[in-house]
Ligand binder design. Structure first.
Ligand SMILES: Cc1ncc(COP(=O)(O)O)c(C=O)c1O
Length: 444
């Protein structure tokens, strides 16, 4: 099939340079296991789990069968004032996987909705506890929490914020970024150790500036995914937890990328041994097959909201989506989570992560323009020096070249990331890493 068969006049692609795409379209028409088929009949290995979603690999029969069965049983039912059996079952499974007393699941459809939902829970919770003045949010530079106005406001990727000016939430501040390109440029399966305590900035500048009693929540990705797989300094998340506890601030982990196996554990919260007050998820929960996201809340949040003096017919939390807990999405989640367990895929992700990290550090170190390599869990990043005056161009060109050579990798600024499905074999890792290395050399 030639790309001319597609009318490209109407589909406006998200987060894509559309003008260039029209000249060089990349269109998938099929997928199975680790591979896609493109419109021009080529095989491409999925080196990024299709935006960190497809943990179990493509076209998995148990998930597809569960979806088909659900469609013929209960296709959809109202989400408000009633629910469906699969939503309860999925919530129970998810709560059982989450650490500590993260037990109450608010479903939505995406990571962006999860971000906005968690920020709204924070405000509503504080108000329910008589602390409605707590309405400042703190994110982090280069954080990504999706594209809703809430998530965008606490997010810290400049290009995603630049155009939206005063439409961003007003009472938001950002902590400094967690990367030290001098001392921690090369990190392999370990936590970067900093000489300096970078949370002193939060304690000594940001909290006093707003007064801690006004702060509703701090939101971070445990590992900064979209920015290019940046790892938190050793002890950082534990200390962040302590600071939040000291001041009555809620801690939100955005685990849209790190949740459900990427770190070799259920969640990054388990990997780092830190339990947040809310944990946002999406993507891998359904293997990417059907949109589903959510926020897992600690019991205390739910309990505080249920303690209202209002009569029982009154809604306690005025928030929700038509498709919150959609039965087909929840059926997909149940089948996906069962499949991860049956095939021990999280453990496999941890094991294959070491293979991926070894390959990155042995093959990329010393290649032209390589200024950093980071690996942890089943994801690794190679950072390149930008072309002077054209940030992001080198990585984009390399991405295009890899695609032509049959490997889907992910450019993020001048970083290239590989985060394959958990079913990945060493042979796929070799293909991905060697293809990327060839392209890095070709674009020296
Ligand atoms: C950490 C994080 N939060 C939120 C989102 C937004 O998710 P979605 O694109 O499903 O809205 C993403 C997407 O990559 C993400 O990585």
């Amino acid at each position: 099939m030639a790309y001319k068969d597609f009318n490209m006049d109407n589909h406006w692609l998200p987060f894509t340079p559309n003008r260039h795409f029209r000249k060089e379209p990349r269109v998938f028409v099929g997928a199975e296991g680790m591979h896609f088929t493109t419109h021009d009949g080529r095989k491409v290995v999925d080196g990024i789990s299709s935006l960190w979603c497809v943990g179990a690999g493509h076209a998995r029969a148990p998930i597809n069968e569960a979806i088909k069965k659900q469609l013929d049983t209960l296709d959809y039912s109202t989400a408000f004032q009633a629910s469906n059996d699969k939503a309860f079952e999925a919530a129970e499974m998810i709560a059982a996987m989450a650490p500590g007393d993260l037990n109450k699941v608010l479903f939505c459809n995406s990571g962006s909705e999860a971000a906005d939902t968690s920020l709204k829970v924070a405000l509503a919770y504080h108000r329910a506890g008589g602390e409605g003045h707590r309405n400042v949010f703190i994110g982090r530079e280069r954080g990504y929490h999706g594209v809703g106005f809430g998530g965008m406001s606490v997010g810290g990727i400049p290009a995603n914020r630049k155009v939206y000016g005063t439409a961003l939430l007003p009472r938001v501040d950002h902590m400094r970024f967690i990367h030290d390109p001098v001392n921690n440029a090369y990190i392999h399966n370990q936590e970067p150790v900093w000489q300096e305590d970078i949370l002193l900035e939060l304690e000594n500048r940001i909290l006093p500036l707003h007064d801690p009693s006004n702060i509703a929540a701090i939101i971070v990705e445990p590992v900064a995914g979209s920015a290019g797989w940046y790892l938190p300094p050793k002890g950082y998340l534990q200390r962040l937890r302590e600071i939040c506890d000291k001041h009555g601030i809620l801690l939100i982990f955005d685990e849209v990328i790190t949740g459900f196996g990427r770190m070799g554990t259920n969640f990054a919260a388990d990997y780092y041994g830190v339990v947040p007050d809310m944990l946002n998820f999406a993507k891998c929960v359904t293997n990417g097959v059907i949109p589903l996201g959510g926020v897992i809340c600690r019991d205390k949040l739910y309990d505080a909201m249920m303690k209202t003096e209002a009569p029982e017919h009154v809604v306690e939390f005025f928030h929700g989506y038509t498709y919150s807990g959609h039965p087909v999405a929840c059926a997909a989640a149940i089948a996906t989570l069962n499949l991860y367990k049956q095939e021990n895929l999280f453990q496999r992700a941890g094991e294959m992560g070491k293979v991926l990290g070894d390959a990155f550090h042995s093959i990329f170190k010393g290649l032209p323009n390589v200024i950093g390599i980071r690996s942890l869990g089943l994801a690794a990043a190679v950072e390149l020096a930008p072309i002077a005056g054209s940030p992001g161009k080198r990585a984009y060109q390399i991405y295009l070249d890899c695609f032509k050579k049959g490997a889907l990798v992910r450019p993020a600024g001048d970083v290239l990331v590989i985060a394959p499905p958990y079913i990945v074999e060493k042979s796929h890792i070799d293909t991905l890493v060697n293809t990327l290395a060839d392209s890095i050399r070709a674009h020296a």
